[in-house]
Design a protein around this ligand. Structure first.
Ligand code: ADP
Ligand code: MG
Length: 325
């Protein structure tokens, strides 16, 4: 099983940013409203994620580190209608197979927290009591310490940290209800406060994509036949180019040709805008979309692709036409 875990780790854990992604997604799945991320040396020395989510019950702590242990999917039907991020039950096992991992967690009905430790192939079965508020902390130290070839493949601390930061920006834009902090070598680098109003959201957008985009952004918000499209487009008159192309389907960042096409078509009348900036959140019945096309989960397939495309195009065109009038 150790080899299987390390092989799976090759798919799930490419670099520190992929560890952060898996762990923070677990925090969000657990309902956390606050997630603190501490990084040392680009994540190669330490990745620590602390959340205030539901926690892991004491008797499930070691199980959580085992392969294919997921609390999120019970049946094949669950798998089709999946809304949570994780569902393979591989992340923790894979990460712990290539690092030294300490998992500390407390649920609301436990009076104390418990801690499990795993180091490469060894999961300590003995749990230790620990001090911790309700929620979960995971510390991943010395990533790839036992897979030197992969460790050598890591880029500079700065580059690895940038990957983490880029990933956090993406999630921060779609989970604006969550308070995120990110620090590197004990210095706070990002502080995203919860945003519930439009103006708070635009502040978050400014942090991620710049003031220019945020100050002139065109709001999108339309619902039809079980679909909803919300978010912001750059203003066609914005004089600068915006490096911000985020499209989320049911909370998941996706690269989709169909969507790219719809956005470009909506902007076709504005010759000055070459690559329009946007942050768009699209939601629909999860049974109308396959998210499992690729293990990295960046691709989706809509069952009614044409219908979805035309809906998106119409909503964007109407948002843009309103600002011309
Ligand atoms: P998956 O997310 O695919 O279920 P993981 O290996 O990422 O698999 O996690 C295994 C299990 O550990 C999860 O199903 C969940 O029950 C538990 N878990 C992991 N991280 C957390 C967390 N931060 N808060 C609560 N439970 C967690
Ligand atoms: Mg997971």
């Amino acid at each position: 099983p150790q080899l299987a875990n390390q092989i799976a780790a090759g798919e799930v854990v490419e670099r520190p940013a992929s560890v952060v992604k898996e762990l923070v997604e677990n925090s969000l799945d657990a309902g956390a409203s606050r997630v603190d991320i501490d990084i040392d040396k680009g994540g190669s020395k330490l990745i620590r994620i602390r959340d205030n989510g539901a926690g892991i019950p004491r008797d499930e702590l070691t199980l959580a580190l085992a392969r294919h242990a997921t609390s999120k999917v019970q049946t094949l039907d669950d798998l089709e209608g999946i809304l949570s991020f994780g569902f393979r039950g591989e992340a923790l096992a894979s990460i712990s197979s290539v690092s030294r991992l300490t998992l500390t967690s407390r649920t609301a009905d436990q009076s104390e927290a418990w801690q499990a430790h795993a180091e490469g192939s060894e999961v300590a079965l003995k749990l230790m009591p620990a001090a911790h508020p309700v929620g979960t902390s995971i510390e991943v130290s010395d990533l790839f310490f036992n897979t030197p070839a992969r460790r050598r493949f890591l880029k500079s601390d700065k580059t690895e940290f940038t990957h983490i930061d880029e990933w956090l920006k993406r999630i921060a834009l779609v989970r604006s209800d969550v308070h995120f902090t990110l620090s590197h070598n004990d210095k706070i680098v990002r502080q995203f406060r919860p945003a519930t109003t439009d103006s708070q959201y635009l502040q978050r957008l400014a942090q991620v994509a710049g003031r220019g985009f945020a100050d002139s952004a065109v709001k999108v918000d339309c619902q039809h036949d079980g679909m909803h499209l919300g978010g912001y487009l750059q203003s066609p008159s914005l004089g600068e180019s915006v490096d911000c192309n985020y499209f989320y389907v049911n909370g998941r960042l996706v690269r989709d040709r169909l969507v790219n096409h719809a956005v470009r078509q909506a902007f076709a009348q504005f010759a000055s805008v070459e690559q329009p900036g946007y942050v768009l959140m699209f939601s629909l019945d999860p049974h109308q979309v396959d998210v499992n096309v690729h293990p990295a989960k960046h691709e989706v397939r809509f069952h009614q692709a044409r219908y979805v495309h035309d809906f998106i195009l119409q909503v964007l065109q109407s948002a843009l036409s309103q600002i011309q009038a």
